[in-house]
Design a protein around this ligand. Structure first.
Ligand code: AMP
Length: 311
């Protein structure tokens, strides 16, 4: 099975309490595609400027990501984002956003990208997400992300887009903002009423939760002691989640739960180094090892009840 992703391809300048990087490869579609490429064939759809060089293309090539639908505007500049994190690495502070060629982004999908059974609409203008969804008639499982900016500036259009997808993958603050509901369970329920089959709520260092009509499944974040840069963690999570589902070719209660764990595994690698550095250099043994660790440390059911102290 193949998976198509539409979203930003960027240069990021990043500052965290642990260091800084200037103009490194980033963007939601980039982080997503890299992560998903470990599980399935990926088509990336986006736009870059003439400043996007061999070093950047090589990252996509190394992971066999199909970039035929990444348009190059030779006389333009690639989307640029500058962000800073304080010790609370769950909150990104945007210092600068230069849309550049992304401002007039009009995704052009080849027949190959349109024919994927799995589709991820990364954070772009909600109307564009809807247009892409409508072009991908053979997509059987479509997930999307969004951000606070679209929730506050065009909630109605965003809801119209949510109504045509199967799964929403957003963070807890966005879920609350979108539903005007402080309680996360009620928020998920309200979101499901838009016709979604699944809602995934990301909670940064605290993990992520999956809601379906009859499932509630939480996965912790891997207990890392060295987190350097959370940029792209959400997209990397979504890439592991959707990539695994696409690789398996079916969406069931069981593949969804495993997809949650793979999402968490991939996100845990992403934050260990700046930008795409860590996921770019990852191998399957590392992924398998971390998946096994997850199985081990979430095995709470082998502790008999009588051994649990009751105060
Ligand atoms: P995340 O940390 O998963 O929320 O995503 C971070 C990535 O999103 C960075 O690599 C940025 O290049 C990209 N990004 C930041 N702002 C925007 C925006 N307004 N639209 C699209 N992508 C963005």
């Amino acid at each position: 099975m193949s998976l198509t992703v539409v979203g930003s391809v960027a240069f990021d300048s990043l500052a965290t309490p642990f260091g800084e990087r200037d103009k490194v490869l980033g963007g939601a579609a980039t982080h997503f595609a890299l992560s998903a490429s470990f599980f399935t064939d990926v088509n990336a759809v986006g736009v870059v400027g003439g400043d996007f060089g061999d070093e950047e293309w090589d990252v996509f090539k190394r992971h066999n990501i199909n970039t035929d639908d990444i348009e190059i505007v030779a006389d333009g500049k690639t989307f640029f984002w500058k962000g800073r994190y304080d010790y609370d690495m769950n909150t990104a502070h945007t210092l600068d956003t230069q849309l550049n060629v992304f401002e007039t982004f009009n995704p052009k999908l080849s027949d190959n990208s349109k024919s994927s059974k799995f589709l991820f609409l990364a954070n772009i203008l909600p109307m564009l997400q809807k247009q892409v969804r409508e072009q991908c008639k053979s997509a059987e499982f479509v997930a999307m992300d969004t951000m606070n900016f679209w929730i506050s500036s065009m909630k109605e259009q965003l809801i119209e887009t949510i109504k045509v997808v199967d799964c929403l993958i957003i963070n807890d603050a966005e879920a609350r903002q979108l539903t005007d509901e402080p309680n996360i369970h009620k928020a998920a329920k309200k979101l499901m009423e838009f016709g979604l089959k699944a809602v995934v709520i990301k909670r940064g260092e605290y993990g992520a939760t999956l809601f379906t009509e009859d499932t509630y499944f939480s996965v912790p974040a891997y207990p890392l002691e060295s987190v350097f840069d959370p940029t792209g963690a959400g997209d990397t999570f979504a890439g592991g989640f959707m990539g695994y589902l696409s690789g398996q070719g079916e969406v069931t209660a069981s593949t969804l739960r495993r997809a949650m764990v793979y999402g968490s595994v991939m996100a845990s690698f992403n934050v260990e180094k700046f930008g795409t550095e860590r996921v770019d250099a990852l191998d399957y043994d590392e992924i398998n090892k971390r998946f096994a660790d997850f199985k081990q440390f979430t095995h709470f059911d082998d502790i008999p009840f009588e051994k649990v102290a009751v105060a």
